[in-house]
Write a protein that binds this ligand. Sequence first.
Ligand SMILES: NCCC[C@H](NC(=O)CCC(=O)O)C(=O)O
Ligand SMILES: NC(=O)OP(=O)(O)O
Length: 311
Amino acid sequence: MKNFTSIEDVPNPKGLIQDVINLIDQSNHSTIGKEKTLGMVFFNPSLRTRLSTQKAAQNLGMEVIVLNIDKDAWNVEFEDGTTMDGDSQEHIRDAVKVISSYCDLLAVRTFASLTNRQQDYEERELQNFLKHSSVPVISMESATLHPLQSLTDMATIVHTNIPKPKVVLSWAPHPKPLPQAVANSFLEWVTELQAEVVVAHPKGYELSEKFAAGYKVTHNQQEAFKNADIIYAKNWSSYSDYGARPAVEENWTITSELMQKTNQAQFMHCLPIRRNVVATDAVIDDSLVYQQAKNREYAAQAVIKNLLEVL
Ligand SMILES: NCCC[C@H](NC(=O)CCC(=O)O)C(=O)O
Ligand SMILES: NC(=O)OP(=O)(O)O
């Protein structure tokens, strides 16, 4: 594996999921990363990804340096060929060349504009990192994908030991427009599981065909929940009317009553979660969300180890 920015970078996804499961069952530390440095660059906030990736690198003996580029560095210009006489002091190509010169691996969190679909889906910021970094790049969530989250989620689902689970990816309400990244990535990875997958969302919230093609999609949340073993909740904004939040008539908040329609399903969410908007307190408090968050450490550790092995 040369980079980790989507499932397409992973030669053996099932093997990587198994590596994470092995770490869940028996966490271990190694010194493979001794005298090596992980650089972590954030363009927007993070709690889990930041701490779990840092912890994972430390478990492997690495040093970690962190740059909150949106807060602590110069304003970055992303357009090529522009005359930089405005508010941006530093071009992304210079920034990435310099940052990667201090690191052996470079992890980056970029962001979705939710205003320019073409630019987001071309992954302009992430592509600049891939193009200009002299070391392997790890995505800590990009404009359209969140592969560390999805790797974690797959390992968490397999670890429940439910044979051939019915897995429902359910849209849920949110007061703000959010990216499609977590849902896109989930659908990219869930094909690796022996599972029946159903996507439930209101009309107007169709995901890109690139990710949704081949999956059963329903606008009936109650129907989707019947016999489900895993409920994976996530809000996302519209892909077709990019970044919009079309009105939804029914209440899609995940409640205990709704969970009662399932086969005693386990509730999952990547966090952060807006309590009593996405799901009720009772649903969240009896769920896999903290196991999921803990498993982020193991997913990051499996990915970093894999990349270090081929340095
Ligand atoms: N990194 C995991 C998810 C991050 C992001 N959620 C958020 O931005 C929540 C913000 C809020 O609750 O206002 C998302 O949905 O893609
Ligand atoms: N789930 C997740 O990526 O959380 P953070 O945004 O806090 O890193």
